[in-house]
Design a protein around this ligand. Structure first.
Ligand SMILES: [Zn+2]
Ligand SMILES: [Zn+2]
Length: 391
């Protein structure tokens, strides 16, 4: 195995310059045209066969190893978020209201660094590496769309890998955990309809605000009273709109939120109880309901064998660093749509440095990470790719 960490450190400036450039020019999901243009240019400069315009702005490149073998898909996401940046960094977003607040600028730079690392050792690689730069990971369905547009065919991957910089933990920390590691997510939208009226004469109205309050409270009983206490789920009501003034009971209230689970059987239970609780309480309070539930992602379920290989690579490369082998977060990731079909490992690479003030959480307007994480992440990804291609 080449010394990918040493080589990645030599590419530190390359990765950093790219990351800062992407950070200055963030683009929302399915609009990553500038970013995708740079990705395609860099990959073509390496002499790779590059396809563009997949799921609007997705880019795919193939590295053919010198020997026949398996096919590994490596996925990197490129999109930013609709957040006004408050980092004050020299490389802060120049686009008002749009910001790389999840680290996908880093992921794109890591992907291009991995391309260089692997292309430099093309003669030693058994099989084929399929580099996938994905648009619209942040809840817009970029991965699912790439799958629909054939990213899992020609060539069909045998194994898949993806990573996330993880600002909850310091640089050096790595987590690669077998089984469900990120949650399945659905959004719910509920309209609770009563009968509007005068705020002082509730006896003539059917109050949907009162019903919404009861429903929000009772929804918390699903996790605390229905889900097995040794299992995990989240039901969060996050968006509530009703009424427009102080003395009018409104005709309806709109409620939105999210449901997160790891296991299909827990998901089914939560969804069933969600309908029963919402409908049952609304009915008792003479309100009507319309419920819409939308799947956002499946759970990210790491293949134990692939994950063991990634763990081995990380342990060899950084014997003194903390390697976490049991890790779950209720966060979600649409890489699950690729991993649902292709066994793989989604691992996390610590990227915070509290002493430098680089530890704001993902999706926060002050989010920024320590760029020392870039070569570490690229090196583990490159070495993991070679490792899984060995067959
Ligand atoms: Zn995010
Ligand atoms: Zn993210």
């Amino acid at each position: 195995m080449p010394d990918f960490f040493a080589e990645a450190q030599e590419l530190f400036e390359y990765a950093c310059d790219l990351r800062r450039d992407f950070h200055r020019h963030p683009e929302l999901g399915f609009q990553e045209e500038r970013t995708a243009g740079i990705v395609a240019r860099e990959l073509k400069e390496l002499g790779l066969e590059v396809s563009t315009g997949i799921a609007e702005t997705g880019v795919v490149a193939i590295i053919e190893g010198a020997r026949p073998g398996a096919v590994a898909l490596l996925r990197f996401d490129m999109d930013a978020l609709p957040i006004e940046e408050e980092t004050g960094a020299e490389y802060a977003s120049q686009t008002p209201g749009v910001m790389h607040a999840c680290g996908h600028d880093g992921h794109t730079a890591i992907g291009l660094t991995v391309a260089r690392l692997l292309q430099a050792h093309q003669d030693e690689i058994p099989g084929t590496v399929k580099l996938v730069f994905q648009p619209a990971e942040e809840g817009l369905g970029g991965a699912e769309r790439m799958v629909k547009e054939g990213v899992l065919e020609n060539p069909r991957p045998d194994v898949s890998l993806a990573l996330h910089l993880w600002n909850e933990k310091p640089v050096g920390w790595i987590a690669a955990s077998p089984g469900p590691t990120m949650a399945a997510a659905e959004t719910f939208s509920v309209r609770i309809t009563g009968k509007g009226g005068h705020g002082a004469l509730p006896q003539h109205a059917v109050d949907p605000i009162f019903a919404a309050g009861q429903i929000i409270t009772a929804l918390q009983s699903i996790v605390s009273r229905n889900v097995d206490p040794t299992e995990t789920a989240v039901v969060s009501a996050t968006n509530l709109h009703g009424g427009s003034t102080f003395n009018v009971i409104p005709p309806y209230v709109d409620l939105q939120g999210t449901i997160r689970t790891f296991k299909p059987e827990v998901r089914e239970l939560v969804l069933r109880r969600f309908h029963e609780v919402v409908d049952g309480i609304a009915q008792a309070l003479s309100c009507e309901t319309e419920i819409a539930i939308e799947d956002v992602t499946l759970a990210v379920d790491n293949d134990p064998e692939v994950t063991a290989r990634v763990q081995g690579v990380a342990r060899n490369m950084f014997p003194d660093a903390p390697l976490i082998t049991q890790f779950q977060t209720m966060g979600s990731e649409d890489m699950s749509f690729m991993m649902d079909d292709i066994p793989g490992c989604y691992f996390l690479v610590g990227s915070a440095d509290p002493e430098k003030g680089l530890d704001a959480k993902h999706h926060h307007p002050k989010f920024d990470f320590d760029e020392a994480a870039l070569p570490r992440a690229a090196a583990v990804m490159a070495a993991a790719a070679v490792e899984v291609l060995k067959g």
